[in-house]
Design a protein. Sequence first.
Length: 451
Amino acid sequence: MGTEIARDAEPGAPTPAERKREQRGWYFYDWACSVYSTSVLTVFLGPYLTSVAKAAADPDGFVHPLGIPVRAGSFFAYSVSLSVILSIFVMPLAGAAADRTGRKKPLLALCAYIGAAATAGMFFLDGDRYLLGGLLLVVANSSLAVSMVLYNSYLPQIAPPEERDAVSSRGWAFGYASGALVLLANLVLYTAHDTFGVSESTAVRICLASAGVWWGAFTVVPLRRLRDRRTDPAPGGTASGPRQLLATVKDMRRHPLTLSFLLAYLVYNDGVQTVISQASIYGSEELGLDQSTLIVAVLLVQLLAVAGALAMGRLARVYGAKRTILGSLVAWTVTIGAGYFLPAGAPAWFFALAAGIGLVLGGTQALSRSLFSHLVPAGKEAEYFSAYEMSDRGMSWVGPLVFGLAYQLTGSYRDAIVSLVAFFVIGFVLLARVPVHRAVRDAGNSVPARI
């Protein structure tokens, strides 16, 4: 019989009630860590770190980390790229170690609490401490990426094939609901900071630090409910970062259609991640919008992303995950292309852009994760999801780098934002060419009725 049946029939397999309980615990890691992505990476840190870098800049507007001249407006984008490059070396190690030992939870706990501590440490980012901000960003972003390898690799183990689109979509919905809730509290603090007796800068630093506290506190739930699966240790141990990465890619070459999906995902998700991390810079620096407007826009994205993730999960039941993702990429292309023409100082048009992003954001990510879970051979979940996470966050340094270079060369954030359209167009073409039914069979898994 198929590999999926073997997975579900393993000795000591949980009952349906136990599986549902474990799934609910799994959702809570999205609830815990998504606040970092929303409040820190998307809203507050970009504009705030840019302002700190500008305070430390020379008369020509450049800072000089390690003696390298960097335009202050590009420092945040370059820091994101550096964090992602670092993740490339760590994620394959974590994935291989988790598969060989079966002990994902201790590794998940380690990465989550390092990231949460670095985020909480952003409270001390003031004055001209741009290097401290860059360092904390690199640590937190890298820790999040590695923890997501371990978190995502649970999906094939806690949900049978017919449940995965729904389970993955609910996880993303939990994350966006959490992000909206905390961002609403951030909005109250930021807009009424005088009432609370704190400066605007202090209010921002409290918002940054509170994301780390939230991340650490709610990580307790998945650590209590998820269970480790015993595995037979693989020979050879864990190689160094670059060697393990090469070993993972070499193993994946036996499944070329899985690699074809990852290539497509690498491209279009690079565009998604860059929009997430750079949208607030575009709104504040190019469109001249204030922080309160940006917070409301991101809050709108979060609220619509909950509905969008659940709605696209339902669409996938009718049309299949692949077709639904392709439709979302068309919507991304239209939305980001329209963003180039947004007038400065017009919040209503920026809110319209945010609404378009929110409706497709959660579903694109949720269905990509569930679709990939069908392409993973049994026993290779964490190792293959390390490659997936490199496509998710680990290889998403090209977009921020292109964005930063476009601004450095042209001085225009409009040119930077429109350059991202290429990622969605190329990703669409590559994904359309992947025969997903054959890819699932080649991975040794049962093919769902709709995929």
